[in-house]
Design a protein around this ligand. Sequence first.
Ligand code: ZN
Ligand code: ZN
Ligand code: ZN
Length: 313
Amino acid sequence: MTAENRADTLSPDEAFATLGNETRLSILQALGEADRPVSFSALFDRVDADDSGGFNYHLDRLVGHFVDKTTAGYELRQAGRRVVEAVLSGAVTDAPVVERTRLDQPCHYCGAPIEVSYRQDRILKYCTACPGRDQSPSGVPDAPVSGYLGSLPLPPAGVQGRTAGEVYVAAWTWANLEFLAEAGGVCSRCSAALTESVSVCEAHADEGVCDRCGNRHAVQFTADCPNCINDLQGPFVLQLVSDTRLLHFLTAHGLNPVAPSRDAIAAVDRVHMDYEEDVRSVEPFEACFTFSVDGDTLSLTVDDDLDVVDAER
Ligand SMILES: [Zn+2]
Ligand SMILES: [Zn+2]
Ligand SMILES: [Zn+2]
């Protein structure tokens, strides 16, 4: 099918250089809007190019890595599709901002109402009463020091036509699907195998947010993508959210851990974020994490390979 294609793979430098041209981006956009392969002449008509010779040159540069050329015509390959999707996810008229808004959603630590704001492609979530999860991130202009409950990525398209409460539910659902993939070791952006590691605060405060590490939990998980710029850092539960026993524990209590209803989000968060940890050994790593809901508990013991080696209900 792709016998005529010159190069199926490009280096990152070559791929970026290939995209640095208006005609080529117009070609990708036109192919993205088509729902079937497009012939050369139909594509030329749809793209506002001056002459077919120049158009042919630019189209040829895209064929292989971004565009497939078959007997039926031209169509986007996965890389071309991702470029169009990435552009459209951020393509809104103004950079949307949601000022801090109080929601009728309880903090999963203390039950007080939460507040959310949206800027710079993410929802920031704060408790109005307790110290929250950890110290607020650097580089956030309106971040207070206390009450930070975490951030959820959401492209600007996710804000369009939604209230603050609806934006929050959309961000939770969207981010959670990424977390599930990443807990399975798969980069949610490019599908490469993630490099996973764990770190332990060895002088961790027993209660609340630790002065030394700035987190509520001593065991922190990091997943880095060796292929793209995606990385993930947070409490170790991020590595456990796709574990069968934890998924079953939640569903057995009527909680949908994948896409909970608006009213159930705080209950799922409470299980995921308000858990006990018992670090048995730092080197080699071994720790036990105990989740609870309605008086029922699930303890998962994790070893140095970050595998669950024991589960107790
Ligand atoms: Zn709180
Ligand atoms: Zn600490
Ligand atoms: Zn990646």
